[in-house]
Design a binder for this molecule. Structure first.
Ligand SMILES: [Zn+2]
Length: 353
C-alpha cells in the first residue's frame, strides 16, 4: 500500500486501508472494541481474550450494519489497545470499517479510581518522552503503521481531566496538535468536564490547528449546561460529539439532550453535532468495580468484559434505544441523518495537511 499523502486526502483511513467517505454509512464517533487496563503493551495479543472478540465483538458490529452503520471510531490508544492484527481480523470478519485512534488519554487524578501511583495516572511514556517524541509517535502510527504493520491510525486523540490541563495533558495535547498539522487527521477529544472543551480548543488553535479538524467529545452535558460557550466553539468550526446517551437516566436528562440537539439545529449549527455511545469491551473496569484495590497493569486478568457503564446491546443500543426515544422528544430523521452520516463523512476524511 502506498504511503503517498495524496492518496490519503479525502479518504477515511481504516484498519484495512483508505476508503471513500460514502462507504462509512452512519458513523459512531467514540467507541472501544478492546480496552485492556491490565496490560502494559498491546503486543502480543493474549489469545485468551479471542473468544470474546469472536463471539461478542464481531456479532455486535454485524448488528450495526442492519442500521446502516458501517463504521466506528475506536478511540482506544496505547497501551490499552489490542494488537493491530486483531482490528484487521475483526474488520474482515464483520465486514465493517474500523478507524483506530492514536494519541493520549487524560491524566487520572492521584487517588481516584485505580490511580495509586503516578505511573497509574497516565501512560508513563507521556511523562518520559519529549513533545517531539510524542509527536513523532503519533505521526508514525498515522503515516507508517502500528508496530511495524500496515495498520494505520485514522484519528488523533487527546484527553483532559478538567478545564485546566495538567502538565502531562498539555504536553500530550501540543504533540497531538503538531501531529495533526503533519497528517491532516481529525482530532477527537475526551472533554467531559465543565469548560474542558473550551481550553482544549484554545490550546489546539494556538498550535495552528483548524477548529474544523476538532471534535470535542463526551460533551452532551456541556451542550446542555454551557450552550453559549459551546455555540462560540461551533461557530469557529468545531464539532461536538455527544456520547453515553443511555436512556435509563431521568426523563429530564433525556429530554435535555434531545432539546440540545434541536436547539443546535434551530440555530443553524446542526453541522457541528455528532453521536456515539462510548460503548466498550474492557479489561479492568469490571475488576475495579468489584475490587477498589485493583490497579491497572497488574497483568493478572485476561477477561474481556462487555461495558459495565453502558447498557446492552453493544453499540446498536444507540439505534435501538436512544434514537427511538430522541424521535419521540422532537429530534427528526433529517437531524439524525446529519449527525450520524453527513457530519462524520465530512470530518473524518484526511485533509491536506
Ligand atoms: Zn471512551
Amino acid at each position: 500500500m502506498s504511503k503517498s499523502p495524496h492518496e490519503r486526502i479525502g479518504k477515511a483511513i481504516t484498519v484495512r486501508g483508505p476508503v471513500e467517505p460514502e462507504a462509512l454509512g452512519a458513523v459512531m464517533m467514540h467507541e472501544h472494541l478492546h480496552s485492556d487496563w491490565a496490560q502494559t503493551s498491546e503486543i502480543p495479543f493474549d489469545m485468551a481474550k479471542w473468544p470474546v472478540v469472536e463471539k461478542c465483538v464481531v456479532p455486535a458490529l454485524k448488528r450495526l450494519k442492519d442500521h446502516g452503520c458501517f463504521c466506528i471510531l475506536d478511540m482506544t490508544r496505547s497501551p490499552e489497545r489490542a494488537a493491530p492484527w486483531v482490528y484487521q481480523r475483526i474488520s474482515e470478519m464483520a465486514d465493517f470499517h474500523i478507524v483506530l485512534a492514536t494519541g493520549f488519554y487524560r491524566e487520572i487524578e492521584l487517588g481516584k479510581y485505580w490511580a495509586r501511583e503516578p505511573d497509574d495516572q497516565i501512560w508513563p511514556f507521556v511523562h518520559e518522552a519529549s513533545v517531539e517524541e510524542l509527536t513523532e509517535f503519533c505521526v508514525q502510527e498515522a503515516l507508517t503503521g502500528l508496530h511495524g504493520t500496515d495498520v494505520r491510525a485514522g484519528v488523533l486523540k487527546i484527553g483532559t481531566s478538567s478545564k485546566d490541563l495538567t502538565e502531562a495533558e498539555a504536553k500530550a495535547a501540543v504533540a497531538v496538535a503538531r501531529a495533526q498539522r503533519q497528517t491532516g487527521l481529525l482530532i477527537n477529544t475526551h472533554a467531559n468536564t465543565p469548560g474542558a472543551f473550551k481550553t482544549q480548543l484554545e490550546l489546539l488553535e494556538s498550535e495552528g490547528v483548524d477548529p474544523t479538524r476538532v471534535v470535542l467529545g463526551h460533551t452532551q452535558g456541556q451542550m446542555v449546561q454551557e450552550w453559549p460557550e459551546v455555540r462560540k466553539c461551533m461557530q469557529r468550526g468545531a464539532t461536538f460529539a455527544m456520547t453515553n446517551l443511555r436512556m435509563d437516566v431521568s426523563e429530564a436528562i433525556r429530554q435535555s439532550w434531545a432539546d440540545a440537539i434541536v436547539r443546535a439545529f434551530d440555530e443553524g449549527l446542526g453541522a457541528h453535532v455528532t453521536l456515539g455511545l462510548d460503548w466498550g469491551f474492557t479489561v479492568g473496569y469490571y475488576e475495579f468495580m468489584g475490587n477498589p484495590a485493583w490497579r491497572p497493569h497488574q497483568g493478572d486478568t485476561t477477561m474481556l468484559t462487555p461495558c459495565t457503564f453502558m447498557p446492552p446491546p453493544a453499540y446498536s443500543y444507540l439505534f435501538e434505544y436512544t434514537l427511538p426515544r430522541f424521535r419521540e422528544m422532537g429530534v427528526t430523521d433529517d437531524m439524525i441523518r446529519t449527525m450520524l452520516v453527513e457530519n462524520p463523512q465530512r470530518v473524518i476524511p484526511v485533509r491536506e495537511p
